[in-house]
Design a protein around this ligand. Sequence first.
Ligand code: ATP
Length: 308
Amino acid sequence: MKETEIRELTLKAYAKINLVLDITGRRPDGYHDLASVMQEIGLYDTVTIRKTATGIKLKVEFDDGVERGFSLVPDDTKNLAYRAAELLLSDAKVDGGVEIILHKNIPVAAGLAGGSTDAATVLRGINVLYDLYYDTGRLCELGVKLGADVPFCIVGGTMLAEGIGEKLQALSIPGSVYVLLAKPPVAVSTKEVYQAYDKLLEEDPPELADIEKVKSAIEKGDAPALASCLYNALALVTEPLHPEIVALREEILKEGAKGALMSGSGPSVFGLYDDLAAAKAAADRLQERFPEVFFAAVPFCYNHKELD
Ligand code: ATP
């Protein structure tokens, strides 16, 4: 019997937050070495990929997005989803093309890896559609060429990421943890944040996070244990530049979060809860007071590997 060929896939591309983000060094090429605990969360873009005879076509869709910055997303060869398709189709010398429909939902330039997760999902999708059988390691080797967060986004779950983001070690969080996510309408330049951090490294280097302590807190798996180890070195330079981020973090703590932190290079801030209803109620209350901020209450995702 002939197998039915899969010609189209629709996949969820999940966002991430950084529970810990520490910079452990700077390389001569300007890249930074990281020690970061990354967590996949239940906020996602939707990516549909169709097999075509040749070439790459990309369509970017979104609903209303003023506060989520969707107008910043390129719909051409600069889009990371497009670049991921180009990279894999050429690496595997595929005889054929793809059409990609990207429905954005994750706030842009927010420290949530929106572009990286789209790229990771395109790599996973084309791997399946074209029966390439690349293993995860090989997909990650390609992915890191597109961005340091792409390998994590391919693997998902909870990971300790080291090197520039390519060395991943799985961590397991046994409990259920929920996130209240907030993206204020503040533009943060990742490049400027890293430049400011380099200056701080030269003048007054901060102490490194205790990763072993972080790992043992994670093994406990509840929001209070995780809250005790939240740390983002980049917040040391981003927060003084953008007081709105500090204000939002404090508001989230007042709304019952066990801990709150800026994600990535910002400006998104998240709070941790051990109850989804409490996170949603807090998000609703804050939304009324801060209508210009994007709020969402979502669970941690523990594994997206099965193609959903
Ligand atoms: P990270 O957390 O990985 O540093 P981020 O969440 O801060 O990423 P992105 O949402 O990936 O940032 O957007 C950064 C820039 O990347 C945008 O301003 C946009 O110009 C560009 N970009 C390219 N492709 C995409 C995409 N698919 N989605 C969003 N932005 C994209």
